[in-house]
Design a protein around this ligand. Structure first.
Ligand code: ARG
Length: 464
């Protein structure tokens, strides 16, 4: 079939080249945005007297019909079309005749594709934010349940100090709040209308770009036509936000994998989110968590792919930029799937509080508290640190723990020690003494969950 752009050339290209050039398999998912954008464009053209009112009415009705038929399945997308923009215009013209050809006045596919992609990604970003919010809510609810569940906190994956499991969960909730904010911030720059920039230089027609943008719910328009059609920062920003989000999900997944091992035994994932082995009957594998961890690499790859595509491109539009959609769509699809899996996985996992506690009782994670105890008795911290270290060594030698090492043994090292030292090294008391703002005490976890309660209801309100 001769191309819409036949003119300078005869419009017949090689079949393999055609297929190579086509993006419809990727961009067909933007059909709704393409049609919405075209309806707004036709209305603007009519209002400005650029095309006759009657033609606009036929165009709008035609486009609405196409949308309806695509949604019902009555109209199928022709995968031999060059892209979704060409497809919609071709069907429109086939359905309403020559008036359909007026639609592409004062625009180009260069500004059209930029608009469609922005509209599509705005919705995707909002969807991702919704999912993040649901996840935050699950974490906050769990944090309330486990606000005083002791487990060892780690540095260098070595047992370090006692913390509350609720506190640990809320660390992730904090990361997710930043992810949420980052997306919201991307959306600000995404919601700038490029339409009306046309091919690259603007147009001689008396268009009203602000009006067209307002029909689309976009609060502002781009102020430089070259930038409008060349810019893919909004894709890159979204990809960066998705990459950071995936990094968080990957770290969380890694902990779930560790925690569900025999070696840790801190949690048990629900059967719904694990698989068995085909040969080892005892196995319960955390496949979903591993996949989330693995898919973070894929999303980073999407970011790298588009950064590399954009690098060194001269202004303005270049066909290279058609390669933008595949990675960015892959990233949003992946992120949404991962959030859909990790959220219920956390919600349904069994927390083995006893195992957490017994791990906390080994590893001398109260040694800092012992040193702090000596400091409260007036000893300089460095000296206190040394004495505590010596006592830990003594315990290891004699297979004892600080909680039950006899007072006489303490006194043998320093006569500052009194009976109250046992309160200092008590795990619950040790964790609960960390009342500094943002610390691990149950009281601090309470404050944090209260803060999250307020945040969640505010964000829910914003999203209505
Ligand atoms: N399918 C193209 C893309 O996704 C649309 C823009 C094409 N413009 C052009 N002049 N060839 O980037």
């Amino acid at each position: 079939m001769a191309k819409l752009w036949a003119g300078r050339t005869d419009g017949t290209t090689d079949r393999i080249a055609d297929d190579f050039n086509s993006s419809i398999r990727v961009d067909q998912r933007m059909y709704k945005e393409d049609i919405t954008g075209s309806i707004a464009h036709a209305r603007m053209l009519k209002r400005q007297g650029i095309i006759p009112a009657s033609a606009t009415d036929h165009i709008v009705a035609g486009l609405e019909g196409i949308l309806k038929d695509l949604e019902s399945g009555a109209l199928e997308i022709d995968e031999t079309a060059e892209d979704i923009h060409m497809f919609v215009e071709e069907v429109l013209t086939a359905r309403i005749g020559d008036e359909g050809k007026m639609l592409h006045t004062a625009r180009s596919r260069n500004d059209q594709v930029a608009l469609d992609t922005r509209l599509y990604l705005l919705n995707q970003s909002k969807e991702i934010r919704q999912k993040i919010l649901t996840f935050i809510e699950v974490l906050n609810t769990s944090a309330k349940t486990y606000k005083d569940t002791i487990l060892p906190g780690y540095t260098h994956l070595q047992r370090a100090q006692p913390i509350m499991f609720g506190h640990h969960l809320l660390a992730y909730a904090n990361m997710l709040v930043r992810d949420y904010d980052r997306l919201k911030d991307c959306e600000k720059r995404m919601a700038v209308s490029p339409i009306g920039a046309c091919a690259l230089a603007g147009t001689t027609y008396p268009t009203d770009r602000d009006y067209e943008a307002s029909l689309l719910g976009l609060p502002s328009v781009s102020l430089n036509s070259l930038d409008a059609v060349s810019d893919r920062d909004f894709c890159l920003e979204l990809l960066s936000a998705c990459s950071i989000l995936m990094m968080h999900l990957s770290r969380f997944s890694e902990e779930l994998i560790l925690w569900s091992s025999w070696e840790f035994g801190f949690i048990e994932l629900s059967d719904a989110y694990t698989t068995g082995s085909s040969i080892m009957p005892q196995k319960k594998n955390p496949d979903m968590a591993e996949l989330i961890r693995g898919k973070s690499g894929r999303v980073y790859g999407d970011l790298m792919s588009l950064l590399t595509t954009m690098k060194g491109l001269p202004l303005a539009y270049n066909k290279d930029m058609q390669e933008d959609k595949e990675p960015v769509f892959d990233a949003v699809d992946t992120v949404k799937m991962c959030l859909d899996v990790i959220t219920p996985m956390i919600e349904t996992m069994k927390v083995k509080q006893e195992n957490m506690r017994s791990a906390a009782q080994r590893g001398f994670i109260n040694a800092t508290d012992l040193a702090d105890y000596l400091v409260t008795k007036g000893m300089p911290f460095r000296q206190a640190y040394k004495i505590s270290g010596a006592l830990v060594a003594r315990c290891i030698e004699t297979n004892q723990i600080l909680e039950t090492l006899p007072l006489a043994e303490y006194k043998a090292v320093s006569d500052v020690f009194e009976d109250d030292l046992y309160q200092a090294v008590d795990l619950d008391q040790a964790a609960n003494r960390r009342t500094s703002k943002g610390g691990t005490s149950a009281q601090s976890v309470d404050m944090q969950t209260e803060w999250f309660d307020q945040l969640i209801s505010r964000l829910k309100e914003d999203n209505k």
